[in-house]
Ligand binder design. Structure first.
Ligand code: NDP
Length: 340
């Protein structure tokens, strides 16, 4: 007997990332080839027509796993019975917009969405926030869904940063990306993030640091490449793509969101991945902040678990603490606005 459909809600479904996400969800890339999905698409009124257009194309794909699609501008309708929610729609930073304005505009989106999730989502709902500033938007949504949904059901996306880091290493070391394990993105999904290779290894048994040292002709050269090329390039890759493509990264962001949910639901298989999760104080991160850390999932419905107790060198610790300080400042700014 076919399993009951999983209800997947996508917000900002009429936007670029939404367009790249929906077809892969419907094709079974996110939840596997035997789980039917029911799509619930949330848009603001002016985005509904674009979402309807995507729905027409989804119909024309006749995906066997796509049970039905509903499009709405009402969060209570969109999140009704949701098992999985991908919060993509967000207010972009406009010209001259201060950070506090951006945080406030997004709190006005993610607060009500969190409240709607708390009111009507399924008991097992899990939520990933893609729309920026993703970590703090997730914090706001989780706070607004309380006490009906446990905060740890909310996560934010740093899988794209993780994949970008793996891609950079694969290119330099001339190995397939699948042979690189245990890279970590620490902190905020922003320019302060810390892409860390100090625990990473290759399928041939070497550590990434050993392989970089061999490839670049010494430990100092490896350190210089990490500091001057790798870390800034991963953190600023979005700008590089805008410059080359004339528009922001879309397919890779959608792919990362698919992989984030897939691994959370079905399990990580080789080593760990990176996700921003609600802190329980691991690594000294203040409790409740949504911070990127190394995680694994057993695919048992319990979601991501933090790999705790890894070490940092002094410079790595300083980078991580700077990114956590930025998350604290974002949280405090939202609190000061009375929105948390
Ligand atoms: P995109 O679909 O390109 O991006 C959506 C969000 O994802 C943005 O906040 C963007 O952040 C973020 N994002 C995260 N990672 C990345 C990445 N690597 N590359 C690019 N973006 C990333 O935006 P569109 O403007 O095309 O679409 C947004 C849609 O959301 C619109 O249709 C709009 O109507 C809708 N919307 C819906 C809301 C709702 O459902 N209530 C509320 C607000 C908007 P960044 O801005 O930093 O690029």
């Amino acid at each position: 007997m076919a399993s009951a459909p999983t209800t997947v809600t996508v917000t900002g479904a009429g936007g670029q990332i939404g367009y790249a996400l929906l077809f892969r969800i419907a094709a079974g890339d996110m939840l596997g080839g035997s789980r039917p999905v029911r799509l619930r698409l949330l848009e603001i009124p002016q985005g509904v027509r674009a979402a309807e257009g995507a729905a027409l194309e989804l119909q024309d794909c006749a995906f066997p796993l796509l049970h039905d699609i509903e499009i709405t501008d009402d969060p209570l309708t969109a999140f009704n019975g949701a098992n999985i929610a991908l919060l993509v729609g967000a207010r972009p930073r406009g010209p001259g917009m201060e950070r506090a304005d951006l945080l406030a505009a997004n709190a006005g989106i993610f607060g009500p969405q969190g409240a709607a999730i708390g009111a009507v989502a399924a008991d097992d709902v899990r939520v990933v926030v893609v729309g920026n500033p993703a970590n703090t938007n997730a914090l706001i949504a989780a706070a607004s869904a309380a006490p009906h949904v446990p905060a740890d059901r909310f996560t934010a996306l740093t899988r794209l940063d993780h994949n970008r880091a793996v891609g950079q290493l694969a290119e330099l070391l001339e190995v397939p990306p699948g042979e690189i394990a245990d890279v970590i993105i620490w902190g905020n999904h922003s320019a302060t993030q810390f892409p860390d290779v100090s625990h990473a290894g290759l399928a041939d048994g070497r550590s990434v640091l050993e392989a970089l040292t061999e490839r670049l002709g010494g430990a100092d050269a490896a350190t210089a490449w990490l500091d001057d090329v790798f870390i800034p390039r991963v953190a600023k890759r979005g700008a590089e793509i805008i410059e080359a493509r004339g528009s922001s990264s879309v397919a890779s962001a959608a792919n990362a969101a698919i992989e984030h949910v897939r691994d959370e639901q079905l399990g990580t298989h080789r080593g760990w991945t990176s996700a921003a999760v609600v802190s329980r104080g691991e690594y000294g991160v203040p409790e409740g902040l949504v911070c990127s850390v190394p995680v694994v999932s057993r695919g048992d419905g319990e979601g991501y678990r933090v790999i705790d107790g890894l070490g940092f060198d002094a410079r790595g610790r300083a980078r991580f603490e700077a990114s956590v300080a930025e998350l604290v400042a974002e949280r405090d700014a939202v609190r000061a606005l009375g929105m948390l």
